[in-house]
Design a protein around this ligand. Structure first.
Ligand code: PMP
Length: 284
């Protein structure tokens, strides 16, 4: 059953409420994480919590709970929920303040942990691949709001997602404001060309995905060459294979980008191999 921990108390979906004066709601002033539960175990909990605390640090926010306590209460939330295949959302908002921007009016950040399930696409998509279009909305400027911060400001990514929906696509490819390939609306992108794998580096203005890092590690361990390099749409259009990675998305093939079929127009051998390795790892 969905289980929610909010500032020290337990709730369910219907009873968990936040204040309308919470700056997370008023201004998107907060940070978050998403973690998978596989077979009752939390996948890469330490990495996700490290990113959560780093995101908070980057926006001058002190999470009023030590990392070990956060890990313990997260584990307890999963146990209480009884969910063994699911998804955890951590949210830390600036907390309740007044109607001004000033975070000094928010004495204490609020912590929310939601344990629930998630399913982005039907199972067959992992074989047929996603239809993707490039969004006109670029990712936010690197030096304005660092994409390394997983903040509650997701509007650019949501606008891009809506563009994809309007175009009848499954997902979108987001570029930076100079036209380099960045990421999906909530995924990192990889391409495969002549057996070599490439993905944009963190400095391209992407979120440094935990799944991305796991897939790079798995690929290198399996003997693939992986380059972290700037990519243009040309590189994606002419790739033999392309795929997205993400906590919710896992490893998912891309069939088509802006009307160009990618490779054979379905999940390719490298994508399939890496997906299988990823599935084996999360179950290990
Ligand atoms: N980019 C963005 C913008 C995201 O929201 C996500 C999902 N957290 C990712 C990439 C993938 O990151 P991860 O593998 O850590 O889920």
């Amino acid at each position: 059953m969905p289980t929610i921990w909010l500032d020290g108390k337990w709730y369910d979906r219907e009873t968990a409420m936040v204040s309308v004066y919470d700056h997370g709601l008023l201004y998107g002033d907060g940070v978050f994480e998403g973690i998978r539960i596989y077979g009752g175990k939390l996948f890469r909990l330490a990495e996700h919590l490290e990113r959560l605390y780093d995101s908070a640090q980057a926006v001058w926010m002190t999470i009023p709970l030590a990392r070990e306590e956060m890990a313990a209460v997260t584990e307890e939330a999963v146990r209480r929920s009884g969910i063994t295949e699911g998804y955890i959302r951590h949210i830390v908002t600036r907390g309740v303040g007044d109607l001004g921007l000033d975070p000094r009016k928010c004495p204490r950040p609020s912590i929310i942990i939601i344990v629930d399930t998630i399913k982005l696409w039907p199972e067959e998509v992992y074989e047929t691949g996603l239809k993707v279009v490039t969004a006109g909305t670029p990712i936010p400027q690197r030096e304005s709001l660092s994409p390394r911060v997983k903040s509650l400001n997701y509007l650019a990514h949501i606008l891009a997602k809506i563009e994809g929906v309007q175009a009848g696509a499954d997902e979108v490819l987001m570029l930076d404001s100079s036209g380099s390939v960045a990421e999906g609306s909530g995924q990192n992108i990889f391409i495969v060309k002549r057996g070599r794998i490439a993905t944009p580096p963190p400095f391209a203005g992407i979120l440094k995905g935990v799944t991305r890092d796991v897939v790079i590690e798995l690929a290198r361990g399996a003997g693939y060459e992986v380059q972290e390099t700037m990519l243009n749409r040309y590189d994606v259009y002419t790739a033999d294979e392309a795929f997205f990675t993400g906590t919710a998305a896992e490893v998912v093939a891309i069939r088509q980008v802006d009307g160009r079929l990618i490779g054979a127009g379905k999940s390719g051998p490298v994508t399939r191999d890496l997906r299988a390795r990823f599935q084996a790892l999360v179950r290990s």
